[in-house]
Design a protein around this ligand. Sequence first.
Ligand code: PMP
Length: 285
Amino acid sequence: MSRQVYINGKFVPSDQATVSVFDHGLLYGDGIFEGLRSYGGKVFELKEHVRRLYESALAICLEIPISQDEMCDAIDLAVQTNAIDDGYIRAIVTRGVGTLGLDPNRCSNPQVIIIADTIALYPQEMYENGLEIVTASVIRNHPAALSPRIKSLNYLNNILAKIEGLRAGCVEALMLNHKGEVAECTGDNLFLVRDGKLFTPPLDAGILAGVTREVVVELACKAGIEVLKVALTKHDVYVADECFLTGTAAEVIPVVKVDDRAIGSGKPGPMTLDLKERFHAFARA
Ligand code: PMP
């Protein structure tokens, strides 16, 4: 179905929604984005996503030409215009058209793009039986080189790890950081369960501050589960009772094997299933 795509305040049919080949978003991956979700036509954690978008922009010295409130309204409007009920929204801001040199100061007019569509990231069967993932040899970007907290248009680090995962027959791959600690997966944050407690790497492990991650942490705390944001190693993953991933598109998805080793019972665990249910109820409330 043809979608109406928002570009700089106007809606255009998807086949006419284009950016220039001189846009530094294309030439250098110079731009930022967000992936959001709508449930029953309402955008989930809209303000949090928009705040992260503006933080990413700030981090790359990109001035978004509209305010955060205007961005929220535009995202809502894109969902309404396309009559999206349960959907996925991509908000993108590029540096805009520039010259063939790097200089961002020579770029004019950042392009603000919002695509409202639907998504099915993983097949239903994977939510029921759990994912098998492998550890990628490619490490997560060093935070001092390109902070993983910036959701930039350059996702090559993640894509290289994803390629390794796919070649091993897995749809996701675990990424370690430069210290050898567990960071996150290519498009999802990671959680472990051990002895009834929930563990997830801290932000200084060099990860994206996942919106879903924070919602799950809050839901777990409310349910009386102790949550620890601490440095984790591959050893912690291998000896965990349960493992799951979180992400806007993925929501909460169990992991049952890592590097061909069964995690816990080798089946989605009880705390994972409980938090998955709590997340669904919260998101659709
Ligand atoms: N890590 C990475 C690298 C991501 O790209 C994403 C988003 N797909 C996540 C984690 C999950 O973040 P969120 O819950 O905000 O979607």
